[in-house]
Design a protein around this ligand. Structure first.
Ligand code: 7GP
Length: 829
């Protein structure tokens, strides 16, 4: 650090870095310079990848001055900041977003055209960093975009996985996973800083020692790795602000290598290297179910330990008074993945900084807050005491002490209510001794929040009621949001232009202004133009899908879309039953095909590689698609399209083209959903249950502009209580029986009745997510959808009202809520 200071004292180094002039000719010069000097090729011999990388470097150069300035500014301001701790960031492509943020889109387009290059071709070169699974990871990406746009002092911390979420292909309709080698052609957006690596330790044992008359504990670890920071720019939209996302990569420590090298065992040295680098090698492709794997715990500890150390040593001044930490930092825990940060923080304060336990705990309880993203009990992360004790022995001791003191306080409050004590203990004894990370987060966090009103309420009343009673005021809600920059401006430029024409600029950072569109919904000319944008987006999607997968979206079809991770609770099966019911009606002759509203059903969904039932459902969707699409009796009116490898890039194409958004989870299971918000903001109507943020969407857009069906959460509870027998629904409902029988008959599996038998019997005899109970209501509501779609003009009016009334779902609003209810940070430094 001292070396850096000396160099900065040089007068030339003190001159601010300035951005290159943003003229077209200036951009051409910068681009060619990067092509020649960074890529080392002349334009004439450059590959598309060279040109993409040179363009990315050019955009970087324009952002650099502000980035350096903002990093200095944040350091010097010494104001309170947010550190967002997340094991996932599902960023999507960076080029377009960074061009947009820095107002360079037009200049760059023109400049490249002057060089004979179509910028669109270069956009296609970028492999999106898929460093997340689904909603939780994409939410983190939206949040850091909003924080930068709102000039909030903040940093995102996470893991730089070498392989992100797997690339999905279909072989005979079945999911096959391929590694996502997203770094293989170079990653122009990252800035590695190997010189700033941290040493992160694991395993070993603990001991106590006498420290001038005070007994203290210390950890004697057995091995360690280096955590190398990779910085990414997070530019705010049109505010000149550039925040930082810091992702950690694990590499072997020199000492580790050397010792083994010196012993002459080359192979062992290489093995050590591989072992260390495994930690940040691959994203666990689990969504809404935790993976109790040692490597995953290593990942979690690795990135939070590095992040805490980074903050304490690089952000705080050397003489910072640690008692004042709560005035400087709040660590937001994105679900339980980073919760091991809590005992790590305590260990640093107590063991390393020699702070008194009570003082350290008081500070810790103000420096963390916890967001829960699920309602599925099986998704709440636990770590076995055995594993924790082996990998992080000192942390286990700290957790035990936190628990002992917590339970003592519970006894003081509620007496020796052993049942309650057992229920609230951070350490549980069954089925094996383990640590409940959500409980640890709740005890340690200043605040605990759910991600939609209903979710937060269920969290308080059903998941953690004892904690809510014990800590009144700790629980709060922040409804999720999505960034309008990526999901309207970039994904739907024509709609964005139409909105700007109607309302003026400014809505992109003040999304409530979309309200102004309400009056335009009554204007026939505006409706026509809105409908034309939707039609154009469908044509674009058709072109994209044709090129990408050879799939097509016929003209004149309603686009009915269900894109999200494949999970039984999300009920893709319900959608399948709807399609099969429509199909069965046609082929049995009970429904005249001429009366069927032409619909294209688009699915996008990855299944966790080990989730067998989810993979069967993917297989079934593909099987139904191939039969239905090929049957001449259907006359092309039903069309099932399932492009593989749904990701952020594809989402940006699919969502703006959608007419109907499927949000059909069993009530009480989807914490919030965020796709639901993106669809509404792009003028799709929702068919949905009263679940997650659907509730709030419906309240805002109005019952007339939302297709509601299914049981409410209390009704679901009541049906469980009374005893749910799915086969009774099958017996009672003729349409349902026909649909299920058709699947069971082998109609979609070449006559083979075994292929989908597990899916069928799961529905009939288990059906944990009550697909059959909600079937009739769903089919009836789909009938209303068809009828409504018949009046195109009225449909468009509803679509416009959906856009107009969804401004609440901007992630900027979510950030304001976090700031007010949880972080209490100043909006800018
Ligand atoms: C998801 C929830 O399933 C979804 O409802 C919510 O909108 C999203 O988080 C953002 O809050 N959860 C996950 O993606 C996940 O992996 C792990 O949860 C517990």
């Amino acid at each position: 650090a001292s070396g850096r200071t000396q160099i900065a004292d040089h007068p030339l180094a003190l001159a601010p870095v300035s951005a290159p002039a943003s003229s077209v000719d200036g951009f051409v010069r910068e681009f060619l310079k990067n092509l020649n000097f960074t890529q080392g090729v002349p334009l004439s011999a450059s590959s598309p990848n060279d040109r993409y990388l040179a363009l990315a470097h050019t955009v970087r150069d324009y952002l650099m001055a502000r980035w350096l300035e903002d990093q200095r500014g944040q350091r010097e301001a010494q104001s309170k900041g947010v550190a967002y701790l997340s094991a996932e960031y599902l960023l999507g492509r960076q080029l377009d977003n960074n061009l947009l943020a820095s107002r360079l889109t037009d200049v760059a387009t023109e400049a490249l055209a002057k060089c004979g290059i179509d910028i669109d071709d270069l956009r296609q070169q970028e492999v999106e960093p898929g460093l997340g699974n689904g909603g939780l990871g994409r939410l983190a990406a939206c949040f850091i975009d909003s924080l930068a746009t709102m000039s909030v002092p903040s940093i995102g911390y996470g893991i730089r996985y070498e392989y992100g979420i797997f690339r999905q292909t279909f072989v005979d309709g079945q999911q096959v996973e391929q590694p996502d080698a997203w770094l293989s052609l170079g990653s122009p957006w990252e800035f590695p800083h190997p010189e700033a690596a941290q040493t992160i330790s694991f395993a070993g044992h603990t001991e106590t020692y006498d420290d001038d008359g005070v007994e203290r504990s210390r950890w004697i670890p057995a091995w360690n790795v280096q955590a190398v920071p990779y910085n990414y720019m997070v530019p705010g939209y049109h505010n000149g602000r550039v925040n930082t996302l810091r992702l950690w990569r694990s590499v072997a420590t020199n000492a580790f290598d050397l010792r083994i090298f010196n012993s002459g065992d080359y192979e062992e040295a290489v093995r050590a290297q591989i072992f260390a680098e495994n930690i940040s090698k691959v994203l666990y492709p689990e969504d809404s179910t935790p993976q109790g794997k040692e490597l995953r715990l290593q990942q979690q500890y690795f990135f939070v330990a590095a992040s805490i150390r980074d903050f304490l040593t690089n952000v705080l001044a050397e003489d910072f008074d640690l008692e004042k930490l709560p005035e400087r930092i709040i660590f937001q825990l994105n679900d339980t993945h980073p919760v091991i940060a809590v005992p790590e923080f305590m260990r640093v304060l107590v063991d390393e900084k020699k702070m008194d336990w009570d003082a350290a705990w008081a500070i810790t309880q103000q420096c963390f807050a916890y967001t829960c993203h699920t309602l599925l009990p099986e998704a709440l992360e636990v770590w076995s005491v055995d594993l924790l004790g082996r990998l992080l022995p000192r942390h286990l001791e700290i957790i035990y002490r936190i628990n002992d003191e917590f339970l003592l306080a519970v006894r003081e409050r509620f007496g020796d209510d052993e049942m309650r004590i057992r229920n609230m203990s951070i350490v549980s004894d069954f089925p094996e001794r383990s640590v409940r990370m959500a409980y640890l987060a709740t005890v340690a966090g200043a605040k605990v929040n759910g991600v939609a009103e209903l979710h937060s309420q269920l969290l308080r009343d059903k998941v953690l009621p004892d904690f809510n009673e014990f800590y009144p005021g700790k629980f709060t809600n922040v409804t999720n949001g999505v960034t309008p920059r990526r999901f309207i401006r970039l994904a739907n430029p024509q709609l964005a232009d139409l909105i700007t024409e109607a309302l003026g600029a400014g809505w992109t950072v003040d999304l409530e202004r979309l309200r102004g569109l309400e009056s335009f919904a009554e204007d026939p000319e505006f409706r026509a133009r809105f409908a034309e944008v939707k039609a154009a987006n469908k044509r674009t999607l058709n072109t994209v899908l044709l090129a990408r997968d050879g799939l097509s979206v016929p003209d004149g079809h309603m686009l009915d879309v269900m894109v999200k991770r494949l999970h039984e609770y999300k009920r893709q099966m319900l959608k399948v039953l709807h399609i099969v019911t429509s199909y069965e009606g046609i082929i049995s002759g009970r429904v005249d095909v001429k009366d069927v509203t032409p619909r294209t059903f688009i699915f996008g969904a990855k299944a966790a590689p080990g989730y067998v039932m989810a993979k069967r459902i993917i297989h079934l969707i593909n099987a139904v698609g191939s039969v239905v699409n090929a049957d001449p009796r259907v006359e092309g009116r039903l069309n099932v399209v399932f492009p593989p490898n749904y990701n952020v890039t594809l989402a940006e194409r699919v969502i703006p083209a959608a007419d109907l958004s499927e949000q059909i989870s069993l009530a009480g299971k989807e914490a919030s959903g965020t796709g639901n918000m993106k669809f509404a903001l792009n003028g799709a109507l929702t068919i949905g249950t009263d679940d997650g943020a659907n509730v709030e969407i419906r309240e805002l857009v109005g019952d007339d502009n939302f297709f509601l069906f299914g049981m409410t959460e209390p009704e679901v509870e009541a049906l469980w209580a009374e005893g749910y027998r799915p086969s009774e629904f099958y017996q009672k409902d003729e349409d349902l029986r026909r649909a299920i029988d058709l699947i069971a008959s082998g109609a979609f599996s070449g006559g083979d009745r075994t292929t989908f038998e597990p899916v069928v019997s799961n529905l009939l005899y288990d059906d944990r997510f009550m697909v059959l109970a909600d079937y009739a209501s769903y089919i009836a509501e789909q009938g209303k959808v068809d009828a409504a779609y018949g009046d195109q003009d009225a449909w468009t009016r509803s679509a416009i009202l959906n856009v107009a009334r969804s401004g609440y779902f901007s992630s900027d609003r979510s950030m304001r809520d976090y700031i007010q209810r949880i972080w209490h940070t100043p909006p800018a430094y």
